[in-house]
Design a protein around this ligand. Structure first.
Ligand SMILES: [Fe+2]
Length: 173
C-alpha cells in the first residue's frame, strides 16, 4: 500500500523531529556567527557599523542562552550542529571583506550587505521555529523564539539605517 501522507495524520512526532533539527541548526549557526561578527567588526570602517556588530555579538550570546532555554523547555539538552548555510554566508562575508579591504569607501556597504544576508537567514529560521512551536503548543518556546526573531528584525533594520545614512553614501561618492 502506498505510504499515506495526509495532513490530518501528520503526526506531531514528525513535526517535533523537524523542530528539534532546526533548533540544532540555528544553535550551530549562532555559535558560528559569534566568530563572524568579530571579524566583521574589525573589518568595518565606520565606528557606527563597528558598534552595531559589537552590539549584535553581545545580543547573539544572549540568543544562544535563550536557545538553551528553548531546549530546556521541551525537556532536551541543548545540542547544536554545524549550519552549512551560515558557513557559506560567513565565507562569502570574508571574501567580500577581502576584496574591498583597500577601498574604505565601499567596505562598509559590502559588510552590511553580507550581514543582512545572515540576518535574513536567521529571520527565516526563527520565523519557522516560532510557527512550529505555536503549532505544537510549546508556548514557552514560542515566546523565547519570538523574542529572538524581534531582535533579528531590529538588527536588520538598524543595518539598513546605517547603510542609508553612511555606508552607501560613501560608496556612491
Ligand atoms: Fe541571531
Amino acid at each position: 500500500m502506498a505510504k499515506q501522507n495526509n495532513n490530518q495524520d501528520m503526526p506531531n512526532g514528525h513535526l517535533h523531529e523537524l523542530f528539534v533539527d532546526e533548533l540544532r541548526d540555528i544553535l550551530g549557526a549562532e555559535r558560528q556567527l559569534l566568530k563572524g561578527l568579530k571579524k566583521m567588526a574589525s573589518a568595518a570602517e565606520s565606528e557606527t557599523l563597528r558598534a552595531a556588530f559589537e552590539t549584535h555579538h553581545v545580543q547573539t550570546e544572549g540568543q544562544i542562552e535563550r536557545l538553551k532555554e528553548v531546549f530546556g523547555s521541551i525537556g532536551l539538552a541543548a545540542r547544536g550542529k554545524k549550519c552549512k548555510a551560515m558557513e557559506g554566508l560567513l565565507e562569502e562575508a570574508e571574501e567580500i571583506a577581502e576584496s574591498f579591504q583597500d577601498q574604505p569607501e565601499v567596505i562598509d556597504a559590502a559588510l552590511i550587505s553580507a550581514a543582512q544576508k545572515v540576518e535574513h537567514y536567521e529571520i527565516a529560521s526563527y520565523g519557522c521555529l516560532v510557527t512550529f512551536a505555536k503549532m505544537m503548543g510549546h508556548s514557552e518556546a514560542e515566546e523565547l523564539l519570538a523574542a529572538t526573531l524581534a531582535e533579528e528584525k531590529d538588527t536588520d533594520s538598524l543595518l539598513t539605517d546605517i547603510a542609508m545614512s553612511e555606508a552607501n553614501a560613501g560608496a556612491a561618492m
